[in-house]
Design a protein around this ligand. Structure first.
Ligand SMILES: C[S@@+](CC[C@H](N)C(=O)[O-])C[C@H]1O[C@@H](n2cnc3c(N)ncnc32)[C@H](O)[C@@H]1O
Length: 281
């Protein structure tokens, strides 16, 4: 145990941009995972979180551990990234989906939906519930992808703490004030678990937006609160991937805090500024 360990902010401030870039480069060379164009401030926060959690003192300590121990590195990804998410997050989006987006797509013979950066699954289960609620689930296929194996494992399990149940129920009621969220979950004392009929049409795959191709086409792509960690160069790379993977009559949905570079106007036009829904150009 270190004496008077520094706090996360102090550690973060000690890391220079150059050190961070070399660190990201070393990870890329060793493990093929590319964080080099991640937004520096949030990556530094993630690195500082790891140094504190494992009492490694400084970036040098973390660097040595990560390059030495592959398993340790993969267990670190969740701390490097932030995977906060929730069921029916921003209820107005789900209402807009129901009343506008799904109305426009409902007559298609099939519906394919991709949640890129799905984290622990709450967002894709929200979509699945909205599809069920609108009798569109049976013709839909949903793809949940994330870089983090741990987050994806939790997504597959669909098991969430009951401590959040009241919050989730209240968000659900803003989407729909009749009907019950527990139709879709086994509600236990400590946990709630997504029922199998909600999971049935969901495929879960590890996928790195920065490096991996996406050969399929989709009617709706969600990428909410993922690009906040990317710089503009990386955002454009990923936006091109989404553009190619989106059907011409499709919809692209980003998070409230995701800022798109100006160049993205060549690819997408804003459909609804409130819920940050775009359409391909
Ligand atoms: C804040 S969560 C967003 C969860 C969900 N989309 C939402 O808004 O509720 C961000 C997720 O992006 C994932 N992520 C970060 N970089 C990624 C990348 N290069 N490829 C795929 N997923 C990535 C993280 O692992 C994390 O689970």
């Amino acid at each position: 145990m270190l004496e008077n360990p520094k706090n996360i902010t102090e550690i973060r401030e000690e890391i220079s941009d150059e050190e961070l870039t070399s660190f990201a480069q070393a990870i890329k060379t060793r493990y093929g995972i590319d964080f080099t164009n991640y937004e520096k401030k949030s990556l530094k926060r993630g690195v500082a979180r790891l140094i504190t959690k494992h009492e490694l003192g400084s970036l040098v300590g973390l660097w040595a551990m990560i390059l030495r121990d592959r398993e340790f590195f993969f267990s670190c990804i969740d701390d490097l990234l932030v995977n906060l998410t929730e069921l029916f997050r921003n209820p107005e989006i789900w209402l807009k989906l129901k009343n506008d987006v799904l109305m426009q797509l409902k007559d298609k013979p099939t519906l394919s939906i991709w949640h890129a950066g799905c984290s622990t699954g709450e967002e894709i289960y929200t979509m699945a519930i909205v599809l069920k609620d609108n009798a569109l689930y049976e013709k839909a296929t949903l793809l949940a992808t994330d870089l983090s194996t741990q987050a994806l494992g939790k997504a597959k399990e669909g098991k969430y703490s009951s401590m959040l149940w009241n919050k989730y129920t209240s968000s659900f009621q803003k989407y729909k004030n009749i009907g019950k969220l527990d139709t879709y979950f086994e509600v236990g004392e400590d946990h709630v678990i997504v029922k199998d009929f909600v999971k049935k049409n969901i495929d879960y795959q590890k996928h790195n937006l920065v490096q991996d191709p996406m050969p399929k086409k989709f009617d709706i792509i969600f990428c909410r609160n993922v690009m906040i960690y990317f710089d503009d160069v990386l955002k454009m790379k990923v936006l091109n991937l989404f553009y190619k993977a989106l059907n011409k009559d499709g919809f692209f949905i980003i998070g409230y805090y995701d800022m798109l570079p100006d160049q993205s106007k060549d690819l997408f036009v804003l459909h609804d500024p409130v819920t940050r829904i775009y359409r391909p150009k």
